[in-house]
Design a protein around this ligand. Sequence first.
Ligand code: PEP
Length: 244
Amino acid sequence: MRIPLVAANWKMNGNKAFAERFFSDFDLQAIAAHVVVCPPFPYIPLVSQVAEDRERFSVGAQNLSQESSGAYTGEISAEMLLDWNARYVIVGHSERRSLYGETSELVAKKFVAAQQAGLIPILCVGETLQEREQERTLEVIANQLKAVRDIIESDTWKHSVVAYEPVWAIGTGKTATPEEAQDVHQFIRGELGNVGEQVQILYGGSVKSANASALFAQADIDGALVGGASLDAKEFAAICRAAE
Ligand code: PEP
């Protein structure tokens, strides 16, 4: 039995006042799904304070370094995230891949760095519109997963979350249909081998309260990674409730 998980990716949005206001509007007690909020780095301690002592609520980061320490100006290590009580970290978000040139090999190293330190990586995979139109969706995703599989023990997938995020659906208002998403989720689960049934696979790409229930009703969709809609506490709470 996989516990539903809904993760918020605030990206580079908000400020201290926003983060404080968010949690006065977001009624955690009323939500049974497991919730992760990934704010920008400076607000991780603030969200950690909210997370304290709450069983189903965790804080995550949006990125980490593949290195553990050293002369890497501007980078943040897994150990530093743990010092802030982060439990999850997003790796391989399409914005990191496309805007900052992160290759699948680099993403795989970040995945391992996170896991070795005791963080749970949320590995994002997904195809561009052109790749979907060329009917290369499954090939692209298989390659993104393979880069990780090549450097981990196969049962290590157990300690991770995978997010299927079609690039053409992120921040565009376009969502994969529940059936399109389900097909890819089922494929991903098969690619994770023996432990695939235990891994939470999230859908991401313009999820909102209006489309969340239909997505979550699919057998292999275990929750969502939510960008834009996670900046509205009430809307985000409605998505979390749909996942229960
Ligand atoms: C994301 O950035 O991970 C995402 C899914 O964004 P949005 O929900 O805004 O499409």
